[in-house]
Design a protein around this ligand. Structure first.
Ligand SMILES: CC/C=C\C=C\CC(=O)SCCNC(=O)CCNC(=O)[C@H](O)C(C)(C)COP(=O)(O)OP(=O)(O)OC[C@H]1O[C@@H](n2cnc3c(N)ncnc32)[C@H](O)[C@@H]1OP(=O)(O)O
Length: 288
């Protein structure tokens, strides 16, 4: 029997199926501007690890509740973790900070590793760790009122949770990334679109969510073997040479092209019918 995860116990994330094979994940702490406290970080990791195992999900729509997407790291959490406890040994303090940092890195990396395309729909402010979070997504849309800010410099730190690592590979313009990171300057939606941080820009959140859902539905109608491979190849290619990436892709396809999806897809094209693909297996099996 396959694994069907339950997301109901999550406190900071609202997770709901919104169309066949499409899950909507909403950051849901609007009274605190979706600031990322410890519960949030843990739940992002847990949620995307469950999505990876969820045999039914083929695309994920991500958005934020309230009047902005995310105000970044919860500043009270930051103070409680980074403020020195003079009574504690320096090595142990350092390890404590490392453990939190690693857990936070893993939270955003779990989005990249979940095997399903994640489409982030961004409105209002996307600040600090919020921007680092969406850098781990596959596709980003925003509203014309959206604004982006690597605000970490303003709270006195060089962040290590993915923004400075992923954004230069998304935006491509080193000078611009360094300007934004070093000054904490706000970038508006139009500029984010111009530099490829987002691929589409909308007048209203409603229009953006509707197009985001349509895109998820389109992706979910494709072969899940193909979409898994595309995400895997593009992530691998980002971090490796073209030569190594070609070798990786051909080795992957030696097995993947022997599956039924290619035949189903080509037959449905010839017959002008809608293809139906088998779900991918999750690694976990239900204990029932
Ligand atoms: C190694 C470390 C890894 C990662 C590091 C990441 C660093 C960052 O993320 S840097 C970015 C940090 N965030 C900020 O500096 C934003 C702070 N917030 C604001 O500037 C404003 O709240 C706002 C987002 C511009 C929204 O303003 P407004 O609409 O006027 O709402 P407020 O009344 O200010 O906020 C309502 C409520 O939410 C609380 N809140 C908002 N953001 C945070 C936050 N980041 N951390 C903690 N709390 C936050 C705010 O305090 C209010 O709470 P009340 O209890 O109602 O007063």
């Amino acid at each position: 029997m396959s694994f069907a995860p339950s997301f109901e116990h999550l406190q900071r994330l609202r997770v709901l199926p919104v169309a066949p094979h499409v899950l909507h994940v909403e950051l849901h702490r609007p009274e605190k501007m979706n600031a990322l406290d410890l519960v949030f970080w843990e739940e992002i990791k847990l949620c995307f690890e469950m999505i990876k195992q969820d045999v039914d999900t083929r695309a994920v729509l991500l958005s934020g509740a309230g009047h902005l997407f995310c105000s970044g790291l919860d500043l009270k959490t930051a103070l409680s973790i980074f403020s020195s406890d003079a009574a504690q040994d320096v090595a142990r303090r350092a390890l404590k900070i490392r453990n939190f940092g690693k857990m936070w890195q893993d939270a955003f990396t779990s989005i990249e590793m979940c095997g399903k395309p994640v489409i982030a729909c961004l409105h209002g402010a996307v600040l600090g760790a919020g921007l680092e979070l969406v850098a781990a997504c596959d596709i980003r849309f925003c509203t014309s009122d959206a604004s982006f800010k690597l605000a970490e410099v303003d709270i006195g730190l060089a962040s290590d949770v993915g923004g400075l690592q992923r954004l230069p590979k998304i935006i491509g313009n080193q000078s611009l990334v360094r300007e934004l990171a070093l000054s904490g300057r706000q970038m508006l939606g139009s500029e984010a679109f111009q530099h490829g941080l987002v691929s589409r820009i909308f007048d209203t959140k409603e229009a953006m969510m509707s197009e985001g859902l349509a895109l998820c539905q389109s992706i979910a109608s494709k072969s899940p073997i193909a979409t898994l491979g595309i995400k895997e190849f593009l992530n691998y290619t980002r971090d490796n040479s073209v030569k190594d990436s070609l070798e990786y892709a051909i080795t992957w396809n030696m097995s993947m092209l022997q599956g039924s999806d290619l035949a189903i897809a080509t037959a449905s094209m010839v017959q002008k019918s809608l293809p139906e693909y088998e779900n991918l297996p999750g690694a976990k099996q239900s204990k029932l």
